[in-house]
Design a protein around this ligand. Structure first.
Ligand SMILES: NC(=O)c1ccc[n+]([C@@H]2O[C@H](COP(=O)([O-])OP(=O)(O)OC[C@H]3O[C@@H](n4cnc5c(N)ncnc54)[C@H](OP(=O)(O)O)[C@@H]3O)[C@@H](O)[C@H]2O)c1
Length: 513
């Protein structure tokens, strides 16, 4: 580490991760083989796991410790981010993996689980327990109840037990409320860690660092200097074979309720009192609560949905959404949503925040664009008029994470021509590629008990109330012609009109050359 480098991370100063056992419910499923085990293997390889640990897999399928390990080893060949798999590391890591066969509803299975945990001794491997619920949300309640009844979920002050749960956290406010109530019947809110893997991405955390460690920008971060903000999360892929899931979700539940509102909260929230989890989450919730509620009339004016029809993306033909597998031929589900939101607080009064996400768009990128106000049009009016570009700061979250500042420069020569130019910073060029999977970070934080990167109950529920109000505005209204867009374009015309009303225009993410 050079003298000029100050290492600092969220949760800095916390104790080393204590020995513990991670119990994965859903151990034979896709998430376990694709994400969880590769993440734990890499944490072990990078010497970030506690000095002693166990991983217990729980599912119905018949397996032995040996056969489960063999399956996971084969999965690692496919899903590990580093290849080839290091056999010596795997051998040492996999010796800690055990399988417990059982049904989630069968109390006898939890007695077997308890016996297995007790066989690890009476210390932290039996008492410090991270229950990872890689199962359907409809099963969360029964698991919380059964681990509690088996004496595995309690809070006695010396040890810890936590429940890590995966999205979706409900499909509207009422169902989220029910789910949260089921979880917190047997666990405290502090024991529940809700994962949004997007928050485990390095770059989302970079937003906090960037905002609160740089005086030059934070001073401008308000209605006096900022004209509007655009948040774009575009996806080049269509729904593919996830048509069945997507019919129930749509773009607003799949992306806006969680990822986009999370990014919005981080970009716009007030500085937290500290980087402690509750302080950061308090500010995020405050921000979400400051979003001006939308009536159905507001939704008609401020929210645009869209659905793709057949087109081409990067030269490849793509079917229309209604022709996708498991999609109804007259489906009204949105594959695109754009919204203009206002944040009614002191800092942001009157500043529009434009959010958009969609499938089958020209490229995959996540960007936040902060557009500053124009200069008074005095000195360069004759030459440039309205064309004098406003300054803009773009936070590129993925891919090729970086930050660009756009400002005006004089074109060399005798004429007084002005042109926008760009200063660009790229994380990869500055620091070298750093690509741990989001799940590595999140599992480590969950073991350490740092909830900063996890979503609190009130955060989830506030986000759902925003989404519910938008969905209420769409209720009973089929898509109209100007809400369709060709696959491979940047969305429906209506989304352009949404910004044009205020004299704004979307700035589309550009491919990195
Ligand atoms: N896959 C992903 O990348 C991903 C990403 C984000 C969120 N998620 C969420 O994570 C959760 C798991 O997803 P997944 O893709 O891994 O699902 P999956 O492949 O369908 O796996 C489900 C797991 O649950 C177990 N299970 C189901 N019913 C059970 C029962 N009655 N008793 C014991 N075990 C039971 C299954 O094991 P047996 O059949 O052997 O019993 C299997 O291991 C879901 O809520 C999903 O929405 C997944």
């Amino acid at each position: 580490m050079s003298d000029h480098t100050m290492t600092f991370r969220l949760g800095e100063g916390r104790k080393a991760v204590a020995p513990c056992t991670i119990v994965i419910f859903g151990a034979s499923g896709d998430l376990t083989v694709r994400k969880l085990i590769p993440a734990l293997y890499h944490l072990f390889k990078d010497k970030q796991m506690p000095p002693s640990f166990r991983v217990v897999g729980f599912a119905r399928r018949e397996k032995t410790d040996a056969s489960w390990r063999a399956e996971l080893r084969a999965g690692l060949d496919q899903f590990s981010r580093t290849k080839p798999v290091d056999e010596a590391v795997w051998a040492a890591f996999s010796a800690n993996l055990h399988y417990c066969m059982g049904d989630l509803t069968d109390t006898a299975a939890y007695a077997r689980l308890e016996a297995l945990l007790t066989s690890f001794g009476s210390g932290p491997l039996r008492e410090n327990l991270l229950f990872y619920l890689a199962i359907s949300p409809s099963q969360f309640g029964i698991v919380a109840e059964n681990v509690h009844r088996a004496g595995l979920l309690h809070q006695d002050g010396t040890a810890w037990q936590r429940l890590v749960v995966e999205k979706p956290f409900g499909h509207d406010l009422a169902s989220a409320h029910t789910l949260n109530s089921e979880l917190t019947r047997f666990a405290t809110e502090q024991q529940v860690f809700r994962i949004d893997h997007y928050l485990g991405k390095e770059t989302v955390q970079n937003i906090l660092m960037f905002r609160f460690s740089n005086a030059i920008f934070e001073r401008l971060w308000n209605r006096d200097s900022i004209d509007h903000v655009q948040i774009t999360v575009s996806e080049k892929l269509g729904v593919g074979d996830r048509g069945g899931y997507y019919e129930e979700a749509g773009a607003i539940r799949d992306m806006l309720q969680n990822h986009i509102l999370q990014v919005l909260a981080l970009v716009a929230m007030e500085p937290p009192v500290s980087l402690e989890a509750e302080d950061v989450r308090d500010e995020k919730v405050k921000l979400l609560k400051s979003i001006r509620p939308l009536t159905p009339e507001d939704v008609a004016k401020q929210v645009v949905r869209g659905q793709y029809f057949a087109g081409t993306v990067a030269g490849q033909p793509r079917p229309g959404y209604r022709q996708e597998i498991k999609v109804k031929p007259d489906s009204n589900v949105e594959t695109y949503v754009a919204a203009k939101l206002y944040i009614d607080n002191w800092r942001w009064s009157g500043v529009p925040f434009y959010l958009r996400t969609g499938k089958n768009l020209p490229l995959s990128a996540s960007e936040v664009r902060i557009q500053f106000r124009r200069t008074p049009n005095v000195l360069f009016a004759a030459q440039c008029g309205d064309k004098l570009d406003p300054n803009a700061l773009t936070l590129r979250l993925q891919p090729n994470e970086g930050i660009s500042l756009r400002f005006n420069g004089k074109v060399p020569g005798t004429s007084l021509a002005v042109r926008p130019v760009r200063m660009h910073f790229s994380y990869d060029s500055e620091f070298g590629a750093y690509t741990p999977e989001a799940y590595e970070r999140l599992l480590l934080e969950a073991m350490a008990g740092d909830a900063t990167l996890f979503i609190r109950r009130d955060e989830v529920e506030t986000a759902w109330s925003i989404v519910d109000s938008i969905r209420a505005g769409w209720e009973g209204k089929p898509l109209t012609n100007h809400e369709f867009y060709a696959a491979g374009t940047w969305g429906p015309i209506a989304a352009e009109d949404l910004l044009a009303q205020s004299g704004h225009a979307w700035r589309d993410p550009q491919p990195i050359t």
